[in-house]
Design a protein around this ligand. Structure first.
Ligand code: DOR
Ligand code: ZN
Length: 358
């Protein structure tokens, strides 16, 4: 049977939540990924040094990689620090804070604990009410210039409040403004879903992108073309076939500015299967299997390593903990639930399985 190994897979955009949900989902990510960029949209959002430290500690604990209080006091991304304190095991949660117009002094305080800053337009998705209300570049300039100086990447949820199918496309002018005004700022267009974003990527050297596995597989037709599929509903919503084609072209060819970011976003079953379904597709436990199946189908398995790890390592300059995930072309029936969360493709059989994690 055909097998394929992936070294140090990285999920460059994931929602791990908190409390019981964190306990349920964190291990599903840390099992197959060497590291993951953890979104800060908790309630309240993660913003302070204390919040980042405490959240990181809860994540490590939920992954079974708990480290003690004294070590937490000391850990940092500083390369001079003891490695054991940085990694805490074979999974690294790359922590982010929620964007605000922070001062340079504030950023200096948190720098050693954070991997990036996540910018949400206000109210655009789950727990984003405290996000940016208007993109007044002059008000944002001191923060963005300080971030550029300190080499803190800006991770952006790029949607306007316009018509739902046009939101990402309409945001391109904001990306252009940000990229041209702050040429030294690393800007990541998170979970891109449109040809418009694909077309913008190479226009600015400081623009990068993440792509989810679900946006490589589905279009709006899969979400709402037949009976409504709440477990495929997410923000940005899946778009048109030509958009998916453009994303596939980038991912399958492992464009060097593109990284895998699952945007795996668990919600309890009752919050999805209800009137007022929360946005989010839960893919953490099946993402690598789906990617293997997809890349294999297109004869591009050799490019998957770059998409799921190497590109992110070069873009962010990271060197993840060793992990080898061996996948096999063997049918896998996706469980109906993981705890109280229904995954994408629940109950369906997909073509590839996780054979081993070394
Ligand atoms: O579908 C989504 N779910 N998109 C987001 O941007 C947020 C996420 C969540 O936190 O549930
Ligand atoms: Zn997200």
């Amino acid at each position: 049977m055909k097998t394929h190994s992936l070294l140090m897979p990285l999920d460059m955009h994931v929602h791990l939540r908190d409390g019981e949900m964190l306990q349920n989902v964190a291990k599903l990510t840390s099992y197959t990924f060497s590291g993951a960029v953890v979104m800060p949209n908790l309630v309240p959002p993660v913003k302070t040094r204390e919040q980042v430290k405490a959240y990181r500690e809860r994540i490590m604990f939920a992954c079974g990689l708990g480290i003690n209080e004294d070590e937490i006091e000391d850990f940092s991304f500083d390369e001079d620090e003891d490695e054991a304190l940085i990694g805490g095991g074979d999974f690294e949660p790359f922590m982010t804070i929620f964007y605000d117009n922070y001062s340079e002094e504030y950023l200096e305080e948190v720098r050693d604990l954070i991997f990036g800053i996540k910018l949400y337009p206000a109210g655009i998705t789950t727990n984003s009410e405290g996000g940016v209300k208007d993109f007044n570049l002059e008000a944002m300039r001191p923060t963005l210039e300080a971030m550029a100086r300190m080499d803190i990447p800006l991770l952006v949820h790029g949607e306007t409040a316009g018509f739902v199918m046009d939101r990402e496309k309409e945001f391109m002018s904001i990306y252009e403004l940000l990229a041209s005004n702050f040429p030294d700022l690393k800007i990541v267009m998170e979970h891109i879903t449109t040809k418009a974003a694909v077309d913008l990527l190479d226009k600015f050297p400081n623009l990068y992108a993440t792509i989810t596995v679900h946006h490589l597989l589905i279009t709006l037709d899969d979400v709402a073309g037949g009976m409504l599929q709440p477990h495929l509903f997410c923000k940005p919503i899946a778009k048109r076939p030509e958009d998916r084609e453009a994303l596939l072209e980038l991912a399958l060819n492992a464009h060097p500015k593109v990284m895998f970011g699952s945007d795996s976003a668990p919600h309890p079953q009752h919050a999805k299967e209800s009137c007022g379904c929360g946005a989010g597709v839960f893919t953490a436990p099946i993402a690598l299997q789906l990617l293997c199946e997809l890349f294999d189908k297109h004869g591009k398995l050799d490019n998957l390593q770059s998409f799921v790890s190497d590109n992110a390592q070069s873009i962010y300059g990271i060197c993840p903990e060793f992990k080898e995930v061996v996948l096999e072309e063997k049918p896998f029936t996706v469980p109906a639930k993981y705890g109280d969360v229904v995954p994408m493709y629940a109950g369906k059989t997909i073509g590839w399985s996780i054979e081993d994690v070394l």
